[in-house]
Design a protein around this ligand. Sequence first.
Ligand code: SF4
Length: 451
Amino acid sequence: MSGSSGQVKGWCPGALRPMRSGDGLIVRVRLTGGDLTPERAAALAEAARRFGNGLVDLTSRANLQMRGVSDDTLQPLLDRLAELGLLDASAAAEQVRNVIANPLTGLDPSAPIDIQPLIRALELRLIGNERFHILPAKFGFLLDGGGVLSLDGIEADIALRAEDDGHFRLEAGGETLGWVRVEEALEAALGVAERFLALRQPDERRMRDMVERLPLPSPGGVDHSSWNGLGSTRSVGVGWEAEGVEVPTPPRPSADPPPPGESRMRHLAGPHAAGFFTAAAPFGRLDAGQLEGLAAIAARHGATLRLTPWRSILLAPLAVDVTAEVSSLGLVVDPGDPRLAIAACPGSPSCLSGEAPAQADAARLAPVLAGFVEKGASVHVSGCAKGCARRAPASITLVGQAGRYGIAFDADSKAPSEAEPMSLGELTAFLAKRLQHFPEKLGDFSIKKMR
Ligand code: SF4
């Protein structure tokens, strides 16, 4: 490990390779398809309390991480995870098992493709072929069977998204590569991963980096000879030869643009007519008691739990409204709660790199930030310039600097501050004043008027 946060660049924590942070070790538990039975959820809550500090984070890859684990409690925790069937055979196997899937998989009759059998099959293929173990740590796959909770708007290095009941759209770095039959989809996706390993430059950790260097053709066939020259399988005309990939055809226009993550998260909180309920945790963090409470509610109503990529927990199937029960746990059940539209990392003291307590301050700023959120602004509060909670630019980005906050508009966390760093009090006054000047609905770019 290196660096003040104890992290190697591009490295991802796991259970067998925990990450040291300001409040102890972070142990990430990777759940296949985000699936969690009530029994396992209760057991993990108990383990978080017994072996960690009782705090649990939900990640944007639908995993769960326990915080505050000590060197002394790590091995007993790993033993417990092994008893629960949640520990991989090796750190490499754990790391390569990087697959996001629809949280309603197997529970949504409207989904064109049931991806349930594919999720574990893909994980096993990745674990079973050591060649894939050298994929960069954050390199990930996405399986989207469509339906009520499609994964539109969520990026992955390699994605299979249901096009109809027989085909997936295959994407590399967010770009469409072609269409594949369901029965050939895994082979095609793994073939693309092979191409990445063969073509990547040493500093390219994500597929989009390579796609930027070696652009893919637009469907319809532009010659991009730089992708050619690999393999002998059926060509799609672009050098991305992979078994099962069909010749690309023009993409269908989608009815609605995919909502950004925050909108989807807000939209999701609470009960849904499709027979599920989403409990959201502010900034993706809950405590052991809340997880235990959710497990009890699910068990009481014969439901299971699924972690979502929107850092929330879904209960399904449900024939009753559990709003009151979930609300009594202190979790968010109102899709209008402004905290759901604010991205915030833990910051200090949980993170060694934190220059400000981002999550705690985001909660304090939520009342004033709510005014901007209601006008369509996105907000990111970051403990330092690394910006772990949000990679994309936000309408308002606050970045911790020696206990104060810099501020930037329509920018990511690495942008220079547009004002002298402010204390929390100064920031609150600054934002309240600016908000008064902008009573109209803010468009994507009108936030610039705040400068
Ligand atoms: S952005 Fe937040 S979580 Fe990431 S290193 Fe900085 S303080 Fe830590």
